[in-house]
Design a protein around this ligand. Sequence first.
Ligand code: C2O
Ligand code: CU
Ligand code: CU
Length: 532
Amino acid sequence: MKNRNKGLWDEDRNNRRQFLKLAGFGALGLITGGAWPLLNHSAASQNPETIPGAEFNPDLDISLTARPGEVSIFPGDPTRVWQYQALVHKGDKTRVVEIPSSYLGPIIKMHQGEKIRIRFNNSIQEESIVHWHGLHVPAIMDGHPRYVVPQGQHYLYEFEVKNRAGTYWYHPHPHGRTGPQVYKGLAGLFLVSDEEEQSLGLPDGEYDIPLVLQDRMFDPDNQLVYTSGHMMEQMTGFLGDWIMVNGMPDFTLPASTCAYRLRLLNGSNSRIYKLAWKDGCPLTIIGTDGGLLERPVYRRYAFLGPGERLEIWADFSDRPIDFETSLISLPFDTGGMGGSRMGRGMMMGGGMGQNQSLPNGAGFAVFKIKVTKQVKKTRTLPEKLSEIRPFQQDEAVNNFNPRQFYLTMRHMQWSINGRVFQIEDVADDEIVRLGSKEIWEFHNTGGGMMNMMNMPHPIHLHGKQFRVIERSGVRHDGYVDEGWKDTVLLMPGERIKILVDFDDYPGMFLYHCHNLEHEDMGMMRNYFVRKS
Ligand code: C2O
Ligand code: CU
Ligand code: CU
């Protein structure tokens, strides 16, 4: 199938050059230092001369190009980044929403049941491929690293959006280079709506706010600094000292006196957030990775590991003008390496600096909200948000014998069941049967070398939304395990059981730690869904 993609695109090389020149695309996303940018619809449009896959009739047909760019983040020199840029060939142009003055890719908005074609163009100087995190798509559409394309080449995606309404996202997935490519700016949101969601009348438009949380480090010339590649740094994962929201530092959201739907994505390489309101009010959580919860849940704080999403209802209708609050990340103990306890003492012998100023588990403000506008708009939080079928544990074919996965360190390398990623490698115990439900149990119960090497691991499965059926070990609270998930955070000492339904799409998919440095060093494996 890789050849199919390549073949379809070979004759199209000139077109590509042509549309890259179009409409001063390079100038997008620059300028302004303002606080909250109003989202605008600025993707240009062009008639493609070749239409790949004529039998596929997409509702939205876009090009998505990964390319070098520049963004003004701080006064002075612009920051060199890599960015996704979109061009709408066919369909409603408002489905592709650029975030001005952000390195992030455009927000792609789809409705359940619609078809999308995405012509990915790789214009960065290394191999890449795009993965649709959380979407349920066929294996060849999932962005497996074996489908990477070099600079100047393309990959064609065509799929129907089957997911429930929710906050999904996309990012590169080349083996060994996901961390640096995401870090340089390649990531974007993919929002899905459906009828159930639309019937609720949740805050929409300017009251539906995407918030992508990432940490970054900059040199004095405003350029991004990634890890030194030092092994110890890889093992903890990258940690920056600037907390960026939608690609902007010191982010403030100007709000009106009404209710908001805040969609949070942790798009950081390895930083974990323990989110809370500064004033101690509980968070009203309405959604997670796979969309809305059945009912709102209330938490004093909630963990958000790399790759995870949370949707929060925030109502400012009783607040006066000039009211200010912040979403903060509370301090917590990561229980080992890279954290506030062991990590610093153990690792900070020399110039590895970056953890020192803001280690994983340090407290900080994530962004500020300031009420600036009086509006008359009342919305009530629905008591019931969604229909979520209770899971039936005994439907799993391995109910009494869950598949076991141990997150361990082996030869100074993070691994899953002692194995590291091999591009085509699937072990016998990584093969599942199409049409079956299974329980998978992950153990984060010891990295070896005593406790020093214990670290949190956010575990992610491709192609599936699953249910968390049990969490045990250390009893941290602050997890939102309700609803549908595709990524689950395991703190050291924890065990988790998930129920996965391999109802369709055979083939090879990934599961891995979403700490991107762990993933890049091979804390990732294939699983294979076999047709009986
Ligand atoms: Cu966002 Cu393979 O993951
Ligand atoms: Cu994924
Ligand atoms: Cu990990």
